[in-house]
Design a protein around this ligand. Sequence first.
Ligand SMILES: Nc1ncnc2c1ncn2[C@@H]1O[C@H](COP(=O)(O)OP(=O)(O)O)[C@@H](O)[C@H]1O
Ligand SMILES: [Mg+2]
Length: 129
Amino acid sequence: MITLWGLTKRYGDVLAVDSLDLEVRPGRVTGFLGPNGAGKSTTMRMVLGLDHPTSGQALVGGRPYRELDRPLHHVGAVLDARAVHPGRSGRAHLLALARTHRIPDRRVDEVLEQVGLAPVARRRAGTFS
Ligand SMILES: Nc1ncnc2c1ncn2[C@@H]1O[C@H](COP(=O)(O)OP(=O)(O)O)[C@@H](O)[C@H]1O
Ligand SMILES: [Mg+2]
């Protein structure tokens, strides 16, 4: 569960996120929609501990992200698809993440299979649209 309480972010004069209250429940696909500049990315950065709220809080499983013991075991996020090395395959990228978080290699293949990406897992990420 992701819980946002009065989540607010101000950059100088710009109120990027204005007192957002929200519960994102497990086991559901939840869309987070809004026009350009609505504050979606800022909210996601605050959930992931990449930006500090001006006030309020964002909790993952009842705790701030930075207090999670093994965060990658709870949260997977891609905020910027360009952050992936274009010359590396999708599988190699995930293997690097797995091996630095004590997740077994077989889990990478399981997940690729689960989301239907196994057939292209060895293609260079830079070739994806
Ligand atoms: N690092 C930043 N410094 C100053 N203003 C920012 C910064 N990040 C976002 N903003 C501003 O906050 C508002 C929300 O932006 P953002 O969260 O990127 O919206 P969205 O992802 O919904 O398009 C915009 O007005 C944007 O210009
Ligand atoms: Mg955005």
